[in-house]
Design a protein around this ligand. Structure first.
Ligand code: SAM
Length: 350
């Protein structure tokens, strides 16, 4: 697929909703952790003009090439990095790109990757069982399929694919190995559980499981959400679009945990976790695409957008108050122990 064609065939999901959720403003600074074809990134750069800046990250060097072509007009405002978003913090420190007004994750694969007949993500094309986002990763889907024990495969397919027939599938894979291509695998699964099962192809869940395992998707998401919070400035927005229940569960649990103060188990006599709230949910309910969007772009049908805003923790409140308390501008540099004691009481009882 040539670059021009790639750029014109990718449709960003929940585009308007994402821009609103990020509260994009002129002169703002944003990170797109999943640059893909650059659709969301282009809209963020438009809305944040004049003076906006965007750091775009993608693990797939092909995606970076496509996004670079699409974002050529904004080259002075966009910094595009080919890396895994699990390295988000190191990237931001290296390029001095923090604090930011908003961080976006549009998870999973782009339609460009799914339609690329050489990557092995889809059973619509026959291709080597690869599924790596980046060629620098060591483990491919073929490595997993051909070296895991049947028990390990069944566990993986059940856990990451939420597949009820994981044991039958693993047993058939064990009998048919070596399996080298997507179609060989899809046919093995069809033989294991039949070729018609509801609305989805019988291989869908197993392919999802393999992709998640090859790219360590859930592990990277969980680790990066925690790091992302520290890069957000006050009232900075965290926006995540997910496409299946395993991802969405992680995002939901994370946001719900970070909006809470103490997270000690119920019945703990006094707080030992010292956890403080650092997010506020902007919408209680998840945002999903309209029927019109789903009709235009069927890939969007499973999308779920969640958004939260960075708030200041009690600890940070206290430190700011303490700084003010000691600052020359506020009180001529005199320490005021009584005021400090009062602040400490106020902030520990919030
Ligand atoms: C759904 S697409 C993003 C599409 C993009 N929002 C657009 O409008 O064109 C997801 C992208 O995230 C990238 N990606 C997924 N996991 C990643 C990770 N852990 N680190 C970096 N990029 C990742 C994929 O390579 C893919 O290009």
């Amino acid at each position: 697929m040539n670059l021009e064609m790639s750029v014109s065939t990718h449709i960003p999901v929940l585009l308007q909703e994402t821009i609103e959720a990020l509260a994009v403003q002129p002169g703002g600074r944003y990170i797109d952790c999943t640059l893909g074809g650059g659709g969301h990134a282009a809209a963020i750069l438009d809305q944040s003009s004049p003076g906006g800046q965007l750091l775009g990250i993608d693990a797939d060097p092909e995606a970076i090439k496509i996004a670079r072509a699409r974002l050529e007009a904004y080259s002075g405002s966009a910094l595009l990095i080919n890396d895994n978003f699990v390295n988000l913090q190191a990237i931001c420190f290296k390029y001095d790109f923090f604090p930011v007004h908003g961080i976006l994750f549009d998870l999973g694969l782009s339609s460009l990757q799914l339609n690329d007949s050489s990557r092995g993500f889809s059973f619509q094309h026959d291709a080597p069982l690869d599924m790596r986002l980046s060629p620098s990763q060591e483990v491919t889907a073929a490595d997993i399929i051909n070296t895991y024990s049947e028990t390990e495969l069944a566990h993986l397919i059940k856990t990451y694919g939420e597949e009820g027939y994981s044991h039958q599938i693993a047993r058939h894979i064990g009998q048919q190995r070596p399996i080298k291509t997507t179609l060989q695998l899809a046919r093995t699964i069809e033989r294991a559980i039949g070729s018609r099962r509801g609305r989805i192809h019988p291989a869908t869940r197993t392919f999802q499981a393999l992709r998640i395992a090859v790219n360590r998707e859930l592990e990277h998401l969980e680790a990066t959400l925690k790091r992302a919070i520290n890069l957000l400035g006050f009232e900075g927005r965290l926006v995540v679009i997910s496409y299946h229940s395993l991802e969405d569960r992680i995002v939901k649990q994370f946001m719900h945990q970070e909006k809470k103060g103490c997270i000690c188990p119920p019945g703990t006599p006094s707080c030992v976790c010292r956890h403080t709230a650092c997010l506020r949910l902007i919408t209680k309910k998840v945002i999903t695409p309209s029927p019109a969007e789903v009709q235009l772009n069927p890939r969007s049908r499973s999308a779920k957008l969640r958004v939260a805003e960075r708030i200041v923790t009690q600890d940070e409140h206290y430190k700011t108050a303490e700084r003010l308390c000691f600052s020359v501008e506020v009180n001529g540099g005199w320490r005021k122990p009584a005021l400090l004691r009062k602040l400490r009481r106020t902030f520990t009882t919030l």
